[in-house]
Every structure is written in C-alpha cells, then in structure tokens.
Design a protein around this ligand. Structure first.
Ligand SMILES: *Cc1c(COP(=O)(O)O)cnc(C)c1O
Length: 464
C-alpha cells in the first residue's frame, strides 16, 4: 500500500517509510491510498469473533500487503493483550473502556502496535545486513510518554528516550516512564513541554546526530499509531450488536451513535476510517472540553486555530488539532464520498471553503470545567459509574444528543485513577488505585537530568 501526504507535494511512501518518517517531507500527514471495505462474510461472522480476530481482519485491510500474515497476526495479538469491554452505564448508554492496557489509557493500543510494527521492519532490515538500533525520541507532557515507553518496553532493536519537563507532570504519570529501565531512558528537562519538543525537533535536524545514530519519532500522527485505533470501534459494534442494540446495520436501520472525547482528533479520525470501511454507525459526536475549535468549525464552516486552554480534561487541551487535516482529506476523496452517499449520507462535514452546512453526520459538543465536574457528580450519583474528566465530556454529549431508539457509546479514554486528585476532589471519594498503577509507583525512579540547551542534549546522545 502506498501512502500520500495531505499536503500533496511529497512523494508517495511505502508503509515502512511512512512509519519510520512519521510526518511527510512536505509536513503533511500520511493517508492510505486505498481504504478497503470489509467483505460481507466479516459482517456475517463478526459477533462470533474475538477482539483479536476482528482487529486482525481490520489490520489486514491496511497492512496486509506489506506485512506477512503470520507476523501481522502476532503483532495484533501482542498489541491487544487486554480487553476493551463495552460496559452499560444506564439504559441506552454504554462506556467503551479503553483503560485496561498497561498504562490505563487508549494510547496503549496505538503505541504497542507501532512498536511491534517498527520491530518487524527492523528485523527485516537485519536480515538484509543493516542492523543498527533504532532510537525513538519522544517529548511528553505526561500521557504520551507513558504509552510510548510501555509500548516499546523490551522490544528488541529499539531504544526510547522520553523527554519530559521537570516538575510539570503528575507523580503518577512520571512513574510510568521513569521506573521502567531496560530500553527506556527518561530525560528530565529543566524547562517546559515546548522546550522538550524543541530539543527533539533539533535532534531530528542535526546532521552529526543523524550520522551517529538512527532516529525516529513515535508521534501520534504516525500511521502505525493512528490506524490501529480503528480496531476497537469494530469490536464495540460487535459487542452491542450481540445485545441487539445496533439495528441490523442496513442503510435504513442504524442505531448506534459513537461519541469520542477529542483533542488532536486522532481517535475519532480512526473511527471515521472505520465508518468508511463500512462500520454501520449512524452518527458521530466529537466531544470537546473548552477547546472548541472543531465545535466552532461545525457551526460556522470556518476553522480558526487558537492557543490551547488549560482544563481538567488536560489530554484534550489542543488548540489546533493535528488530525483535522486527515478528516478534511478523507471527505475530500471521491471514493469515500461516493461510498457514503450509497449509504444515504449527504455530506459528512460543513464545507471549509463556503461554510455550507447541513446533512452532516458528525456533530460537536463543548464543555467547561464546571460542566465536566457537574456531569461526573450527576453520573456518579445516578448510576454509580465513575467517569474520568475526558470520558465525562463524551457521556454528557450523549445525554444531550441521543434520540429515542438510538444506542450511544462513548469512549472512556483513560482510567479515572490516572486523575485521582481531580476525581477525588469532585466526587468526594477516595478512588482506589488499580494494582497496575500501584506497581509503577513502587518502582525506583531513574532519569537523566538535562538543561534545555540543545548542545547538552546532543553531547549526551553522541556519547550513547
Ligand atoms: C490523548 C487523549 C485524548 C484525546 O485523543 P485524540 O486522539 O488526541 O483526540 C482523550 N483522552 C485521553 C485520556 C487522552 O490521553
């Protein structure tokens, strides 16, 4: 499969190049040239298939031409070594719990898949006689670092350097990447997140460093992190179909509404890819915190990025969502638009150029911190379910927008205990910390102290 750039001036890339590069040379995002529809047999059988089997069929549609079947199956099975249950919160509303992986957040899926796919490509090169370690550099403000570090932990042929701002990540987040050891090095930068990101960017551009070692990024826009997120939407559908809650899936009878708490829009974008592959979802809701750029776009047809605003759902504090370009590109494609029209969808999104609205199957929602807190309290009082601040945006949008006869599922993108202080304070409880998280907290913290000057970082890497 070839991948093109959303900016359309870079050359097409193979899967391997798209994964190793992350971003195209023209700074666009890679898109798969073909988005296959899944065969009828898949839909007939899906309620009898395991999560891993469903995921393999979806993975095969994207990666099957470039990765041997047996290897792809192993990558998928290793990645999904945990369940993603659809849990009933109340009548008609389900939570897709994406927090049963090693770091208790949905980013585990993409990070684990990418690590294993990269390892596959490295081991192929090794047999071609080219066996240098690949070094992954990642800057984090908290959650990405833990998912990437744990996703790559123990993966042979890869070393990960996690750069994080000193004193600016929560103790729970910090212990998830500073206690691992092995092929993971944590670098504590005396600065803010932007300084960490600047160090990583400078490293990628530095000639000496690139001659000394093979560098790559594990950014969330990487196709190997983003596409695997489609897996769990198919599995969610299968689980609810088994309960008779989705309709029969025909154009006339679709009842499922999927609501995704969104920041950079990678997660919802992979759901839209699933939809383009035939997943019978009636409509989507992108739930935002106070960072309402996408919401405003849906109202006006104008996309106006702004500086991000800090909220209690901080993993969604994004003022210029990077995957917006992918969503626009997807619905600019004739093959996809035609396919959707066959299923009765008029127009997926407002038009960016003339602000034309109507017929859309993606709606938005935006909530202040007070609304998020109020939603967490109400849901807990009425159902006993503990929402995290991100999932709360999703739950509330369903409560407000679900129509009679529809079933809603929102994504619980992280375990509430990852935001224990906030959740305890809002709900007035003492949320138990899951054993998995406690185990990280017992580990010994190890990190390399670094100033924010590039010279020091470069020196350090040159000596590795
Ligand atoms: C990353 C993250 C999000 C936002 O996901 P996007 O793919 O960036 O839209 C939401 N919730 C949590 C807990 C996250 O870590």
């Amino acid at each position: 499969m070839q991948f093109y750039s959303t900016n359309h001036s870079a050359a097409r890339a193979t899967l391997r190049d798209a994964v190793v590069r992350g971003l195209a040379e023209d700074r666009g995002l890679y898109m798969p040239e073909v988005i296959k529809q899944l065969p009828d047999t898949f839909w007939d059988e899906m309620t009898d298939l395991t999560f891993q089997e469903i995921a393999y069929r979806v993975a095969d549609a994207f990666f099957g031409e470039d990765v041997e079947a047996e290897a792809l199956r192993r990558i998928v099975n290793d990645t999904l070594a945990f369940d993603v249950p659809a849990v009933r919160v109340e009548e008609h509303i389900y939570s897709l719990e994406l927090f049963h992986g090693p770091t208790l957040a949905f980013k585990d899926v993409g990070a684990r898949f990418m690590a294993r796919l990269l390892q596959y490509f490295i081991s192929q090169q090794a047999t071609d006689g080219e066996a240098a370690t690949v070094n992954v550099l990642v800057a984090t403000s908290g959650d990405t670092g833990s998912a990437v570090a744990n996703g790559f932990l123990g993966v042979e042929g890869i070393h990960v350097y996690v750069l994080y701002p000193k004193g600016k990540v929560s103790p729970i987040q910090e212990c998830q990447f500073t206690t691992l050891g092995r092929n993971i090095t944590a670098i504590e930068v005396d600065g803010v997140f932007d300084d960490c990101q600047a160090l990583v960017k400078s490293a990628f551009m530095d000639k000496d460093l690139n001659a000394h070692m093979r560098l790559t990024s594990a950014n969330s826009i990487n196709v190997a992190r983003f596409l695997p997120q489609a897996f769990y939407y198919f599995y969610a559908y299968a689980q609810l179909r088994k309960l008779g809650l989705t309709g029969d899936g025909s154009t006339e009878d679709r009842r499922l509404v999927v609501c995704v708490p969104s920041g950079n829009f990678g997660n919802i974008c992979s759901a839209l890819f699933g939809h383009a592959m035939g997943l019978p979802v009636k409509r989507f809701i992108a739930a935002n915190n106070a960072n309402d750029i996408f919401y405003k776009y849906l109202q006006t047809g104008h996309y106006e990025p702004k500086a991000s605003q800090q909220t209690i759902a901080n993993a969604m504090d994004v003022g210029d969502p990077s995957n917006f370009a992918r969503i626009l590109d997807l619905y600019g494609r004739e093959d996809i638009v035609q396919r959707l029209q066959q299923h009765g969808y008029v127009q997926p999104m407002p038009s960016l150029t003339d602000g034309r609205l109507g017929g859309t199957f993606i709606t938005g929602a935006t909530y202040t911190d007070d609304q998020i807190a109020e939603t967490m309290r109400t849901c807990y009082a009425q159902t006993g379910y503990v929402l995290d601040p991100h999932g709360a945006c999703g739950y509330r949008a369903l409560k407000e927008q679900l129509q009679p006869g529809e079933t809603g599922i929102f994504l619980e993108t992280a375990h509430p205990a990852k935001f224990k202080d906030t959740v305890d304070h809002i709900l007035g409880i003492d949320l138990p910390i899951p054993e998995k998280l406690q185990a990280f907290m017992r580990g010994e913290k190890k990190s390399v102290a670094m100033s924010k000057t590039f010279e020091e970082f470069k020196d350090y890497l040159m000596n590795q």
